[in-house]
Design a protein around this ligand. Sequence first.
Ligand SMILES: Nc1ncnc2c1ncn2[C@@H]1O[C@H](COP(=O)(O)OP(=O)(O)OP(=O)(O)O)[C@@H](O)[C@H]1O
Length: 256
Amino acid sequence: MIRFENVTVIRNGKTILKEIDWNVNKNEHWAILGLNGSGKTSLLNVICGYLYPTSGKVQVLGQEFGKTNIPELRKDIGFISSSLKGQLKNFDTVLSIVLSGKFASIGLYEAVEKKDVQEARRLMEQLGIEHLEDSAYGVLSEGEKQRVLIARALMAHPKILILDEPCNGLDVIAREEFLEFIEKLAQQEFCPTLIYVTHHVEEVLPCFSHTLLLKDGEVYAQGFSRELLKENTLSEFFGREVTVQEQQNRTWIAIK
Ligand SMILES: Nc1ncnc2c1ncn2[C@@H]1O[C@H](COP(=O)(O)OP(=O)(O)OP(=O)(O)O)[C@@H](O)[C@H]1O
């Protein structure tokens, strides 16, 4: 699904990503964990072809960057970020925003077919936002907006779905509800490969079989989440001693 070989990105004299080797295989879902400025968003921008490596090789969905049509490839990648949340139009209805996902457009300018509307409604139902169909996007809560973005992304049947810090701005209940939804989504047969970026260890759900720990633009460690998210590794990774507790198949940390 994704292959990075010795990928380095340098911009304005700064090494943003350094010698990244990383493979994401089919049927894996990955969490990417790192502190502020560790390079998470830059890594996502490389996957989507918005940031071109200074050296190294990137393949996404079997297509090698430099030899492929990136806008075409992007149609297979759903990308949910706070910047997208801000770009959508407040006065558009939830239904039209979800439908616009089929065309990857901000706003709905294309004619839609009956089957598209049916699919949008099915997705909204799965996400528990069907009652908001006619609501204006701008009046929704952050949690509701996040679900609208996911339904919109799924309308395009992406093969990879990237979630960049999707729990930002959610209260503690909305966050847990959202995470429950992600765990359920991951169990569905149609679920794309998930790449979930976060600062918070406890958001690494059981469905994220693998985790990449990114530190100062470098891969600090990567592998099975259940093997990586241990006291010693996390203490060294964060540069502070942490204690770890397992609850509901998730790892919760406290700084000592
Ligand atoms: N075009 C650029 N020129 C110079 N430095 C850059 C550029 N783009 C990003 N950086 C730097 O690269 C580092 C990594 O940035 P990035 O946004 O990828 O980190 P992040 O892990 O997503 O951070 P956060 O968790 O705070 O969102 C930061 O120090 C940032 O200032």
